[in-house]
Ligand binder design. Structure first.
Ligand code: TUI
Length: 314
């Protein structure tokens, strides 16, 4: 058993949050993670509010434990989803890809625990001043939309800069990663890629198999030139995007190509011409397991390792 402040804050058994993966993290995955003692998250992504409401209601039928909703702040529906989580009395909101400042007061008035993803110390401090409950410091190793700093560099700097709890994300997929995160001062971890291959995850089987067969060097970053860098597994789609960027073509052509690409891979299973977003730990993720097996294995590995290290350090 590993108990941290995060377990108390969120009323969960294990200090593990499932990442809010757009088009992937639905009520089935979120409820399975929460039932296994972690915090499951429904990703709102670019979905309209009523679709998200339906997923929240499904999750309530599948679990009586707390779960959260991730709001992707670049979404045109971010504002309506921000209101719906209040109406539905969701326990936790995480945010990504922007500054959620204007919604925080409303969420806190509705007793929602608010945990934004931050890619820098500056945003972590701003979020602390706005009254959030914790932050997720997410490193460059992550899949999807990424910041510049690595987890190893970012997490301890954020821990030193704020007094609220810090969750580590990016490059974490097993018990070694969990223990490392705790050593850096984090109170827990958020993992996306490891849960993407969970049995209860409804992502297309082609996507899952692509992640399971990935090697360490298989991820690439596209969108550096447009200011929205995204990490995904290398394929014909990423080669085409990188070519557009290399030729210095305008952002509009790039955005046109990228639009709908995550859905194409995650729902339609087109892993050649779709965007297979995944983290650098893809090479570490080798087996499809249930969420309960994943969480139990990680917690056991971390606590066994902690005991073994105790015997080594004198
Ligand atoms: O949000 C993520 N990862 C994502 S979102 C996503 S959906 C998408 N699809 C296509 C293009 C773009 C997004 C796929 N993966 N992770 C959390 C995260 N947030 N990483 C980095 C940030 C971030 C960046 C800037 C958070 C705040 C921020 O603030 C800038 C500001 O306004 O101060």
């Amino acid at each position: 058993m590993i108990k941290t402040k995060l377990c108390e804050l969120l009323n969960i058994e294990h200090p593990i949050i499932q990442g809010g993966m757009a088009w992937i993290a639905d009520s089935s995955l979120a409820a399975a993670v929460s039932n296994a003692g972690g915090l499951g998250i429904i990703a709102a992504g670019n979905a309209p509010g009523e679709i998200v409401r339906e997923e929240i209601r499904k999750a309530k039928r599948l679990t009586d434990r707390p779960f959260g909703v991730n709001i992707m702040l670049l979404s045109p529906y971010a504002e309506e989803v921000a209101k719906i989580v209040c109406e539905e009395k969701v326990a936790v909101v995480t945010t990504g890809a922007g500054n959620p400042g204007k919604y925080i007061e409303m969420w806190k008035e509705n007793n929602i625990k608010v945990i934004p993803v931050v890619p820098s110390v500056a945003l972590a401090k701003r979020m602390e001043r706005s009254g959030v409950d914790a932050v997720i410091a997410e490193g460059h190793e992550s899949g999807g939309h990424i910041g510049e700093l690595t987890t190893m560099a970012l997490v301890p700097q954020v821990v030193d800069a704020v007094s609220i709890p810090v969750v580590a994300a990016g490059g974490i997929a097993d018990g070694r990663g969990l223990l490392a995160a705790l050593s850096l001062g984090a109170v827990g971890v958020q993992m996306g890629t490891r849960f993407l291959v969970a049995k209860e995850c409804n992502v297309h089987q082609n996507y899952k198999q692509r992640v399971l067969s990935a090697k360490d060097i298989d991820t690439v970053i596209t969108g550096l030139s447009t200011g929205h860098p995204v990490r995904s597994l290398r394929n014909r789609f990423t080669r085409e995007l990188l070519n557009i960027e290399k030729q210095g073509l305008d952002a509009e052509i790039f955005e046109q190509k990228a639009a709908g690409s995550l859905k194409r891979a995650a729902i339609d299973g087109d892993i050649d011409f779709g965007s297979v977003m995944a983290g650098q730990v893809s090479g570490l993720v080798k087996r499809e397991q249930t969420c309960s097996e994943i969480i139990e294995e990680i917690v056991k590995e971390a606590s066994d390792l902690y005991k073994a290290l105790g015997g080594m350090v004198r």
